[in-house]
Design a protein around this ligand. Structure first.
Ligand code: ACM
Ligand code: ZN
Length: 552
């Protein structure tokens, strides 16, 4: 009893200097997402000048993240932290434990040594992210700060993610973001242990990825002649009259650079080629792929365009396959996102080629869905089968449930939760990204006049945090098909890097706890206490972020 008293006293005396926080009698660390199991011990480890020992079994990618951490620690503390092979009783010890699950890690921090165990890159990198959040926030910057107290509080941490797919989406079609900014997006995703960037590369308003077989997609399809000003008003829209998008696309070399940059952080980039709708930028270049034959202009409005790819035309499939051939060469992701959302059927209803295809396939409406919905299912299934020949799987927005779901498709549930729940019931995997909780293009305040123009809605950090992907009454089998959660950032009204970051942060921090933490670990009060610390990290990294939650 006496011993426990002294331990508590020792812990309490360290509260101020090592990022330890007291909440309702418990001692907690300022870490987001919060680890699954944390035991605080007394004492602290001095990280300044500590040697890094790497298990000879560590793979190169894991060794690289350790080496980067050692280099930054050396720079920050002004005391060199050498990285050597082997194991010791002191310093940092990175140990490969093949019995651990992918992405799992453990940390044992004593006064003399820090033992870091994992079985893969992600596990080691997440251990490092946790350690960095336990150190002074200057570790996230680029300056030297030898006067800081570079102590890690002694603790034992066991941690693993709740969901395997932890995604963040970025639309670069409506507005383009540079390679440098996409890398910054990835940097902050890494801080919060996300592992998928869903990169929305093509849409009606601009095609942004180089396809060598179809050079016009970028030379012409990246440019719209003007942009809608303000919200969509069907009767009297106004436009800025300024062409947008010339040269604003990624070369294949740049794409590979970003893919490799992400991979080094354990982040897989899932590319999206949105089809058969949201294709006006491509139709503007290759009008023969549309039902009417055009001419078409790259879309200058937000919302949904009626002109879509013509699945009655074999050339459309040739185009899709050729594009995807180059996409799979650039992106090693097992998933390719093929869109499928918001595909109006009005052109197909009138198109002789589409109607002939419907007849040839014997497609019929079933009361719930029209023959044209089944025609979209045919497109999705055909693209799925093609990508399967290349060892890839498809993700589609929840509209792919309309008609008949392609055999192995994963459904991304955005129009609420029903699509995801229906997919799980059918034995398909689903990723939950309901617009009620996961659309980061929505306003962050009810005082919209004080905010930059947004698409609408209201999504404060607390609402993101409150999302629970499992519904009452779901079977264990259904739950196993909810493979993850993602938030989406559509960029209709987002034209600058600082605005993009403002919409992302700190809602991303809340998202990360939905994705990572078991329900019993999630705790809004604890999150709220730590969020100012996280914002100091954003300051160090030079991000702009929304401050509503700090001001409340
Ligand atoms: C979507 O927001 N159209 C997927
Ligand atoms: Zn057609």
């Amino acid at each position: 009893m006496k011993k426990l008293f002294y331990i508590i006293l020792a812990i309490a005396s360290a509260v101020s200097c090592t990022g330890l926080r007291e909440l309702d009698g418990d001692y907690l660390l300022d870490i987001i997402p919060y680890p699954e199991d944390v035991t605080i011990r007394s004492g602290s480890f001095n990280a300044a000048g500590a040697i890094f020992h790497c298990d000879p079994l560590m793979d190169e990618a894991s060794r690289n993240v350790a080496s980067k951490f050692a280099a930054r620690l050396s720079e920050a503390t002004g005391k060199p932290s050498e990285l050597i092979e082997g194991r010791a009783r002191a310093g940092f010890n990175f140990i490969v434990d093949k019995a651990m699950k992918p992405e799992e890690y453990s940390l044992s921090i004593s006064r003399k040594a820090v033992e870091i165990k994992a079985s893969d890159l992600n596990g080691f990198n997440y251990a490092i992210q946790t350690l960095k959040q336990m150190l002074p926030e200057e570790i996230f910057g680029s300056q030297a700060d030898p006067d800081e107290d570079w102590q890690l509080h002694c603790a034992v941490i066991k941690d693993a993610p709740r969901f395997a797919y932890r995604g963040m989406h970025l639309d670069v079609s409506r507005h383009f973001f540079s390679v440098e900014e996409v890398k910054r997006y990835l940097d902050v995703m890494e801080v919060h242990k996300l592992n998928r960037l869903h990169w929305h590369l093509t849409d009606d308003q601009g095609w942004r990825v180089e396809i060598k077989k179809y050079p016009e997609l970028t030379s012409k399809g990246s440019i719209r002649k003007e942009t809608l000003v303000g919200h969509l008003k069907p009767s009297d829209n106004t436009f800025d009259g300024v062409p947008y998008g010339k040269g604003l696309w990624y070369t294949q070399e740049q794409i590979r650079e970003v893919v490799a940059y992400a991979a080094a952080k354990g982040i897989t980039i899932v590319p999206e080629i949105d089809l058969p709708g949201h294709m006006v930028a491509a139709l503007a270049c290759y009008p023969e792929l549309g039902c009417t034959g055009g001419p078409y202009d790259v879309w200058t409005m937000w919302g949904v365009a009626d002109d879509v790819l013509c699945p009655g035309n074999e050339k459309t499939f040739e185009f899709i396959e050729n594009v995807l051939d180059e996409i799979v060469e650039m992106f090693p992701s097992e998933y390719i996102h093929i869109g499928g959302d918001e595909c109006p059927k009005v052109r197909w209803e009138k198109c002789p080629k589409c109607q002939a295809r419907i007849k040839e396939l014997g497609l019929e409406g079933d009361g719930a869905h029209s023959a044209e919905h089944f025609l979209q299912s045919y497109v999705t299934a055909r693209v799925e089968a093609y990508l399967a020949t290349k060892g890839r799987k498809i993700i589609g927005w929840d509209e792919i449930l309309e008609g008949e779901l392609a055999p192995n498709a994963t459904v991304m549930s955005w129009r609420g939760i029903q699509g995801g729940l229906a997919a799980a019931k059918l034995g398909h995997d689903a990723i939950m990204t309901p617009n009620s909780h996961m659309y980061f293009d929505y306003y962050q305040s009810e005082n919209q006049d004080a905010e930059p123009l947004s698409i609408g809605g209201y999504l404060p950090v607390s609402k993101v945090y409150s999302y629970e992907p499992f519904e009452e009454g779901m079977s264990e089998e259904e739950k196993s098909h909810i493979i993850g959660v993602q938030a989406n950032l559509w960029t209709e009204y987002i034209t600058t890097d600082s605005h993009l970051e403002y919409m992302l942060l700190p809602r991303l921090a809340a998202l990360s706890e939905v994705q990572w933490c078991q329900p019993e670990v999630k705790n809004w009060e604890r999150f709220l206490e730590s969020v100012d610390d996280i914002c100091e990290i954003y300051d160090e990294m030079g991000y702009n972020y929304a401050r509503h939650i700090l001001d409340d």
